[in-house]
Design a protein around this ligand. Structure first.
Ligand SMILES: Cc1cc2nc3c(=O)[nH]c(=O)nc-3n(C[C@H](O)[C@H](O)[C@H](O)COP(=O)(O)OP(=O)(O)OC[C@H]3O[C@@H](n4cnc5c(N)ncnc54)[C@H](O)[C@@H]3O)c2cc1C
Ligand code: SF4
Ligand code: SF4
Length: 275
C-alpha cells in the first residue's frame, strides 16, 4: 500500500522563513511521491501547529508525517506525541532540520531553500521505510561504576551515591586522591588542596552506597546499557584495611619498594628524616 504522507514546514518566526522560501518549499514537497498534503505554519510546535498535524492525520488518513523545522533534540518528542494523540504510531514520523542545517548556516536565500528542499525530500523518502514501534520496559541495574578515584572520580561517586545509587569506585593505585593529593595549593584560587580533597576522601570511604576498590583495575566489560557485567582485578596487598593505620612502616621495611619523596622512618627509638 502506498504511504499517505503529510509534510509540515515551520517558519519558526523569521528563524526559518527569513531565509528559506517556505512557500516554494511547500509547493516542492507537495509534488513529491506519496505526499498527500503539505502545509507551512508560523510555529509548528505551538498548540495550533500541532492541531494542524492532528487534524490532517484524521482528515487525510495519513500513514506518515514529516515535520521540517528545528533539531529533533528540541521537538521530536513533541511531534511524536502529537502523532500518537491523533492515532498514528509515534515512530511513523520523521523530522527534517531546516533551521540549524539550512536557514541558520547561510544568509543566501537560494542556497538555504535548495538545502531545505534536499532535507525535506530525504525525510520523505526515509519516512516511507519507518516501521511502527512500541516502547518496551526492561529491568535496569541502576548501579554505577566509576573508574579512577582522583578528584573527578571521587566527586562523581559522591554525587551518584548521594542520589541513592550503589557505586563501585575503582582505583588502580593503593590510595585514592589522584594528582590533587600531591598538591599543596590549587591554581588559580590557591586554596589548600588537602582541605578540599581530604573531606571528600573520607566521605567516599564512609559512604554506605560506595564500595571502594583500591589497588584494582577493570579487566573486562561486557553486556549493554543497564545490564553491564564488569570483571575487576583486585591486586593482593596482604594488609587488613580495617586495622591498617597508614603508618607506612611496612613500606619502609619492604626491600622491593622505593619511595622517592622525603619521609620519616623509624629505627628503634631513633627517628631519621631521609630524602
Ligand atoms: C603537577 C600538576 C599540577 C596541577 N595543578 C593544578 C592546579 O593548581 N589547579 C587545577 O585546577 N588543576 C591542576 N592540575 C590538574 C589537576 O591535577 C587535575 O585537573 C585534577 O587533579 C584531575 O583530577 P582527575 O580526577 O580528573 O584525574 P587524576 O587526579 O589524574 O586522577 C585519576 C585517577 O584515576 C586513576 N586511574 C587512571 N587510570 C585508571 C584505570 N585504568 N583504572 C583505575 N584507576 C585508574 C589514577 O590512578 C588516578 O587516581 C595539575 C596537574 C598536575 C599534573
Ligand atoms: S518547531 Fe522548532 S522551528 Fe518550529 S517554531 Fe518550534 S522551535 Fe521553532
Ligand atoms: S605497617 Fe602501618 S601501613 Fe603497614 S599495614 Fe601495618 S598499619 Fe598499615
Amino acid at each position: 500500500m502506498a504511504e499517505r504522507i503529510g509534510v509540515y514546514i515551520c517558519h519558526c518566526g523569521t528563524n526559518i522563513a527569513g531565509t528559506v522560501n517556505v512557500d516554494e518549499l511547500t509547493e516542492f514537497a507537495n509534488g513529491l511521491d506519496g505526499v498527500v498534503v503539505a502545509q507551512n505554519y508560523h510555529y509548528m510546535c505551538s498548540d495550533p501547529g500541532q492541531a494542524l498535524i492532528k487534524d490532517d492525520i484524521k482528515e487525510h488518513d495519513l500513514t506518515r508525517v514529516v515535520v521540517a523545522s528545528c533539531s529533533p533534540l528540541m521537538h521530536e518528542p513533541t511531534f511524536r506525541r502529537a502523532c500518537a494523540e491523533a492515532g498514528l504510531n509515534a515512530y511513523l514520523f520523521q523530522m527534517a532540520n531546516i533551521r540549524e542545517h539550512a536557514s541558520w548556516v547561510t544568509e543566501d536565500h537560494g542556497k538555504a531553500t535548495l538545502k531545505a528542499k534536499r532535507l525535506v525530500a530525504a525525510a520523505i523518502r526515509r519516512v516511507q521505510h519507518h516501521e511502527p514501534l512500541e516502547p518496551m520496559e526492561v529491568p535496569v541495574n541502576p548501579n554505577a561504576l566509576v573508574v579512577g578515584a582522583g578528584i573527578t572520580g571521587i566527586e562523581a561517586a559522591l554525587k551518584l551515591a548521594d542520589a541513592g545509587k550503589k557505586v563501585y569506585l575503582v582505583e588502580r593505585e593503593p590510595s585514592i586522591g589522584g594528582q590533587m593529593s600531591k598538591f599543596d595549593k590549587t591554581f588559580p584560587t590557591l586554596d589548600c588542596a588537602a582541605c578540599i580533597l581530604t573531606p571528600k576522601m573520607v566521605s567516599v570511604g564512609q559512604h554506605e552506597n560506595i564500595e571502594l576498590l583500591t589497588y584494582s583495575e577493570v579487566e573486562e566489560v561486557s553486556g549493554y546499557v543497564g545490564n553491564f557485567k564488569v570483571r575487576i582485578k583486585h591486586k593482593p596487598r596482604q594488609v587488613d584495611l580495617q586495622k591498617c593505620t597508614g603508618c607506612g612502616i611496612c613500606w619502609e621495611q619492604c626491600l622491593g619498594m622505593r619511595i622517592p619523596s622525603k619521609r620519616t622512618i623509624r629505627k628503634g627509638d631513633l627517628v631519621i628524616n631521609k630524602a
